[in-house]
Design a protein around this ligand. Structure first.
Ligand code: SF4
Length: 133
């Protein structure tokens, strides 16, 4: 069940006191790896358009330690997470299941966050290959 506006408002107050912008920490990165049928490694099941490396080209250990994973480890639970986390709808994600959480914050006058960090690879239809963000 999605949190109500009242729930979100109360959580925002708590977040302000703790200086955390997002509602909760996400541990997906440390508990799961999603391997797609084409070999692309995703940080979790909610990030189907972002690849962290391809297991057909590199071993899992080197992907796990690459610059994209390291950046994600640093930013996931910070106040400047990547774009796909800012709109995450999973109950265990940083928005507590509300993909519109940040939108609601902005509607209440919260200052706009800096541009999210660029992490991983995306598929370019034009170039027919994976491009690094
Ligand atoms: S916040 Fe959501 S999108 Fe980001 S790593 Fe956690 S589960 Fe995945």
């Amino acid at each position: 069940m999605k949190p109500s506006i009242k729930d979100v408002t109360e959580k925002i107050e708590i977040s302000k006191k703790s200086k955390r912008i997002f509602l909760q920490k996400c541990y997906a990165l440390f508990t799961e790896i999603y391997v797609d049928v084409d070999g692309w490694i995703r940080p979790c099941c909610a990030t189907s358009s972002t690849g962290m490396g391809n297991i057909l080209e590199n071993d899992l250990r080197s992907i796990w330690n690459n610059k994209h994973y390291r950046k994600l480890q640093r930013t996931l639970n910070s106040n400047n997470p990547p774009e796909f986390c800012r709109v995450c709808s999973l109950n265990t994600g940083i928005n507590g299941g509300d993909e519109k959480y940040l939108e609601k914050l902005y509607a209440q006058g919260f200052p706009t966050l800096p541009d999210p960090p660029k992490i991983g690879f995306y598929w370019s239809e034009e170039e027919h290959k994976a491009i690094e963000y």
